[in-house]
Design a protein around this ligand. Sequence first.
Ligand code: ADP
Ligand code: MG
Length: 249
Amino acid sequence: MSEVVLETKDLSMVFPDGTQALKNVTLTIKKGELVSIIGPSGAGKSTFMRSLNMLNKPTDGQIVFEGENVLKARGKQLRQIRRRIGMVFQHFNLIKRSPTYQNVLHGRLGYMPSLKGGLGRFSEEDTRQALEILRRVGLEDQAFKRADELSGGQQQRVGIARAIAQTPSLLLADEPIASLDPSSSENVMTYLKNVCQEDGLTSIVNLHQVDFAKKFAHRIIGIKAGEVVFDGSPKELTEGITNHLYYSK
Ligand SMILES: Nc1ncnc2c1ncn2[C@@H]1O[C@H](COP(=O)(O)OP(=O)(O)O)[C@@H](O)[C@H]1O
Ligand SMILES: [Mg+2]
């Protein structure tokens, strides 16, 4: 039986303006799974992801991450939980003027005294590790270039490298390929999947492209109007279910 990394129980989120973005989301996610969350725009995918590390505080329900009650965590405990959750963003969120390897090192900031990290004083060992991680995403030859000199797909691979540098136990990627062309998307998803597999890392990837979810995920969760309406393997996601998810009221 595989180890459970994350559980949500009846997770609900109502924004102050009354928008119900999540309704009783109950899920169990196991170690090493690559789970893709799909669903139309506004379905609640980002809200779900942001709830997991309390960027949005859910209004009801429970989140248990590696045995810890996330919604009860405060201060140091919350920081330590967030350190174990790596994030990859649609728009990469790199420091454009900094070299690639320094962007990767920012993934390690959670482990450093803040002053040292803030001044960009990384040890030789940190730099060596950053280069090793860049090698894993095929960017060893881009390490000393400014981040904004890289292509979109390369920048997202830096985003993945930065998340990995944090040595997380859960990787969250919110629409990581939404700004990329199909061939870069394919390439980025391949690296993301391989890196997770090599490290036994659990990942949740929000995607609105069903074809990419089917190709790369072990498991697909369909969300519609804040509710889970599908949870199964790519094979089980039929055209009928996809149509229901995206096109029916
Ligand atoms: N800060 C907010 N305040 C009010 N409503 C919000 C806020 N953020 C998101 N929403 C609403 O919550 C719903 C889910 O949004 P979101 O999680 O961004 O969906 P998705 O990522 O699937 O496109 C939408 O109706 C959206 O308008
Ligand atoms: Mg979103």
